[in-house]
Design a binder for this molecule. Structure first.
Ligand SMILES: *[C@@H]1O[C@H](CO)[C@@H](O)[C@H](O)[C@H]1NC(C)=O
Ligand SMILES: *[C@@H]1O[C@H](CO)[C@@H](O)[C@H](O)[C@H]1NC(C)=O
Length: 388
């Protein structure tokens, strides 16, 4: 009140004029600064396209106020982090070199955050951080993709150490007994329950009995999205249920939101953050529409051999991503968003395309080659675990 009164007493026409001029000058100065920053950003991107001589490479400094997920891809001779031939258990659908993919630039890009640098990857750091830990991935085939990459990274980091790998039903388990590390994958497309009932298969948006098998882990990485859009013969349910209401179908984004809320309540009431760190893997993008990057709708990931330069993707974040961020923002327990959406949007070149499981008969622009982009997701996961 007092300072406002003071301002009113001062406001003769002349002082109003002076204040106006000062404000306009400040505004111009700010605009100039923004333009300058944009120019700096552009020249930096330009510079990086011409070589891998990056002054921050090798630095292990991770400044605390840095957005790891805001950055660009830079060419790096030392990549990939491992050869596909040194990881004997890559599923055929991700093993692009073995399926005949002739180019290899797509393996040679390192993620470079704009405001800091990711620590240079060392297998020993990964082993040290995960030693004694039980890690669980829960989700669809994008979780399988990241799990595959992580167990390859672990195996290659400890080549002479015995490992076990087996699958029982929907649960796959990889262990490194010497380091007491286990990394599991629970195949679960929706997170919420899907059950066979008399009327048919029902997707239950507010039921999450599944969660009983997610207890006792040190790190859990959740993901769900792609299956929410499936229709026709790819849709594994016949009814969708919320409370007592059973429907043939509903708006898929609304259904997704409801399910993510159910999941978030499960986390809030079941996770002890002193024991378990929870991550949510953000939406993994597909590249079926070339209009998103160069104007022709007929082009897809097929034949793409280089990432998109810079830090921006034309479409911005997918709607599912906006929902995930909203729900995470309302949670009581800490959940870290493994925010791989934008950085993966820039990687139209990273998919199996016709070098996936069905050979030339299918064009897979949804999953990712291993080694490849999911290795970076795991590098970021490691950086977040170390930084906490
Ligand atoms: C977690 O640890 C803190 C500090 O040791 C303690 O105060 C808190 O009660 C613990 N929370 C749970 C849920 O065990
Ligand atoms: C767009 O992509 C297609 C397919 O990769 C390519 O043939 C074409 O040259 C590209 N056009 C531009 C303008 O980059």
């Amino acid at each position: 009140m007092g300072s406002c009164g003071g301002f009113q007493r001062l406001s003769s026409p002349f002082t109003t004029y002076v204040i106006f001029i000062v404000l306009m000058t400040l505004l111009k100065y700010c605009n100039a600064m923004i333009v300058l920053e944009q120019w700096k950003e552009r020249t930096r991107d330009h510079h990086h396209h011409h070589g891998d001589n990056d002054d921050s490479a090798g630095s292990t400094v991770l400044r605390s106020k840095c957005d790891l997920f805001e950055g660009r891809w830079v060419y790096d001779e030392t990549y990939p982090l491992y050869k596909d031939s040194s990881c004997p258990f890559i599923e055929q659908e991700f093993d692009c070199p073995k399926n005949g993919r002739p180019d290899s630039f797509y393996q040679k890009y390192r993620w470079q955050p704009n405001a800091c640098s990711l620590p240079r990857y060392r297998g020993q750091d990964l082993l040290r951080e995960l030693k004694g830990k039980k890690i669980l991935f829960v989700g669809d085939s994008l979780s399988l993709n990241q799990w595959q990459s992580l167990i390859c990274m672990l195996h290659v980091a400890a080549l002479n150490s015995k490992y076990t790998l087996h699958r029982v039903g929907d649960l796959s388990t990889f262990t490194l007994p010497e380091y007491e590390i286990s990394v599991m994958l629970s195949r679960n497309a929706f997170l919420v329950d899907i059950e066979k009932e008399k009327i048919g298969t029902v997707l239950k948006l507010d039921s999450i009995e599944n969660g009983n098998s997610w207890k006792g882990y040190n790190v859990i990485i959740f993901n769900t999205w792609h299956w929410w859009l499936h229709k026709g013969h790819q849709q594994p349910w016949e009814y969708i249920q919320v409370g007592n209401k059973i429907e043939k179908d509903m708006n898929r984004l609304d259904a997704f939101r409801e399910a993510i809320r159910t999941w978030s309540k499960w986390v809030d009431s079941n996770v002890n953050p002193n024991i378990t760190k929870v991550f949510f893997q953000s939406t993994s993008p597909t590249h079926y529409n070339g209009e998103e990057w160069n104007g022709t709708s007929s082009s897809t990931c097929k034949g793409q051999s280089r990432p998109i330069g810079g830090s921006r993707y034309s479409t911005g974040p997918p709607q599912a991503e906006v929902i995930v961020k909203q729900v995470l923002g309302q949670m009581a327990k800490p959940v870290s968003l493994l925010d791989i959406t934008t950085l993966s949007q820039l990687r139209r070149d990273g998919h199996p395309s016709v070098y996936g499981i069905y050979g030339g008969r299918e064009n897979d622009c949804s999953h990712w080659c291993v080694p490849g982009v999911p290795d970076t997701w795991n590098q970021l996961l490691l950086a977040m675990l170390v930084n906490k």
